[in-house]
Design a protein around this ligand. Sequence first.
Ligand SMILES: N[C@@H](CCC(=O)N[C@@H](CS)C(=O)NCC(=O)O)C(=O)O
Length: 288
Amino acid sequence: MTYDLAIGDRAYSSWSLRGWLLFDAFGIAVKTHTARLYTDELAQLLTGFFPGRTAPTLRTPDGTVISETIAIAEELASRHPEAGIWPADPRLRATARVLAAEMHAGFVALRSHCPMNLRVSYTDCAPTDAVLADLARIDVLWAWAQDASGGPWLCGAYSAADAFYAPVAARIAAYNLPVSPRALAYVTQHLAHPSFRRWRAMGHADGEDQAFYRRDYPRRPWPGPQPIAAAPVDGPGSENDACPYSGKPVTHFAMIGGRRFGFCNAFCRDKTVADPEAWPKFIALYQS
Ligand SMILES: N[C@@H](CCC(=O)N[C@@H](CS)C(=O)NCC(=O)O)C(=O)O
């Protein structure tokens, strides 16, 4: 028995990212079930997660269904007190809860003008006054929390508060939104976080771009860590016979850092191509 988490497209579903970070960033195992947004896939998937109707929705090993990301955070923290989902210090924990709750309920202008899209970065998105007001409030909250905790994350070590703001950091990066240098440094930390990198890499492998998120703003390179050069290739032949993830025989191939590697399915090849260094099992092979 395991945790089962219903999620939407990783490149676009900001709430799914939050929900998944509550597992991956805290070392809690979870099995994900992906449905494409704007199709009937999510509704079909969620028939097994009654009465959930949004992504993420969680089914616990005892069969309890939990939707609403803030409820997932609270229940996981109760079930895994050792994981550090909320800070141990009562004052920092209270601050983290304030931050997560305000995120859960607010920042509507930012969320609607700049929907999360992990596949692009723009030079300018003409933010409205309402978006700028949301950003100013976020700057205040982040500085307030880091002044109290001393950093490096919002409330000391990485906590649920950071998981809740990871999609905001992604929006600031994707839409080149104006924030203070201190807030930008916090955004940069998110872009380099191993779990965030893994999620974004899987977001590149999840299927076609969703038309709903397309914008005509001028583009720039993604401002996070630049991945090792990699591309899928046809035909057999690779340094490894066994997939670094499953140990199964390789069937899908890629050129990574000028060398040929094999994987046992297209998704694992493509998530590796998107960001090879995000994957410890691949990097162990790459460095062996
Ligand atoms: N308040 C919910 C929001 C979840 C949400 O809106 N998820 C979006 C994907 S990011 C979704 O499921 N959209 C599909 C739909 O609403 O039908 C939470 O905290 O989890």
